[in-house]
Design a protein around this ligand. Sequence first.
Ligand code: COA
Length: 383
Amino acid sequence: MASASLTRVSITGTGLFTPAESISNAELAASLTASVEKWNADHADEIAAGTLAARDVPDEAFIEKASGIASRFVMEKSGVLDPDRMRPHLPTRSEDELGVQAEMSLPAIHEALEQAGRKPSDVDAVIVGCSNLQRAYPAVAIEVQDALGAGGWAFDMNVACSSATFSIQNAVDALRNGTASCVVVVNPEITSGHNNFELRDHHFIFGDACTALVLERTDDAVNDGSGEHGRWDVLGTKLATQFSNNIRNDFGFLNESEDEARDPHELVFRQNGQSVFKEVCPLVVRHITGHLGEVDVEPTDVRRFWLHQANLKMNQLIAKGVLGRIPDEDEAPVILDEYANTSSAGSVIAFHKHRDDLSSGDLGVICSFGAGYSVGSVIVQRA
Ligand code: COA
């Protein structure tokens, strides 16, 4: 929606939490190879009888060539790399302890508040947007609100990889409606808990991270834009969804009530990667082009695109569709090589790390896309 006649809203700060541990493609491929060889040996009779298909071993070189991913951060590495486990060790915490998603949210939020020149007690709304929430309720956002010492209200939401941009839309709406004055959007993505590390088509895709943003009405902001990280005025936000089963995870509270046993691989992330690639790229090109048109900005006037970080070729194709040429890394920065796909956090990490060099008046687009399908774009201008 174009914002010319609406209350002006700005992103006044951003923050990033990066887990301490990372896994290289070589380490990941070695552990999956060991796991696959063991699985094939354990199921040799069924494989020989043709009732089960042998699993394929991964190729380290394929991963970077196909995706642009060289490594990924994870909350816990040893469990992921253990061929007998293939998922992180995240011990159950008691109700008296801070949950793991709330815990990773706090450092990102504190960094974002510092950039905004705000204290936790100034915050009157917290929106947790991410692909996977650790429990049904109470909302992780309310736990974060409490741990932060913030007032107002808080809620969780999930639109998969578009959760950050959809949360930003909710923050902008709340600020314009007057239902909040200082909104924290936070994206605690523990993708290692939903990734399928047992299959070579999926094991390399994701990484863990948490991003945070502070949004305020421009006229109320303490951050006047003169600092290193700037203030980023929101010129427009636009969301779109279109149903698809090509990225799907059937984990949910009804699993226990279902009469047929589920294949465990249906209860973690799965996708038809080629179809996603073919269908989502044109959708995103039309979305960004249409959104820029709505706020009277020519694609060539956009100084930087902070795109969702799922696949390098996908981003090049999208930017080419918008600009008419492949962008360089200065125009469309990449964090995928170091972080992999961090779901909703990806485009915000790119924005967090690659915006300080832009000048006052420069325009940029934060854009996410993913399961649903869902696409969200936020057009910003440095104050
Ligand atoms: N090591 C070795 N081979 C692998 C492999 C691995 N880790 N992963 C897949 N392969 C194989 C496949 O099994 C396939 O083999 P086949 O030809 O014998 O069937 C071959 O490599 C090609 O696989 P394909 O899936 O066609 O590769 P791709 O070029 O499409 O790249 C993705 C795969 C996932 C990187 C790519 O499709 C993609 O990024 N899609 C969009 C992802 C996305 O945005 N998802 C959103 C998630 S939120």
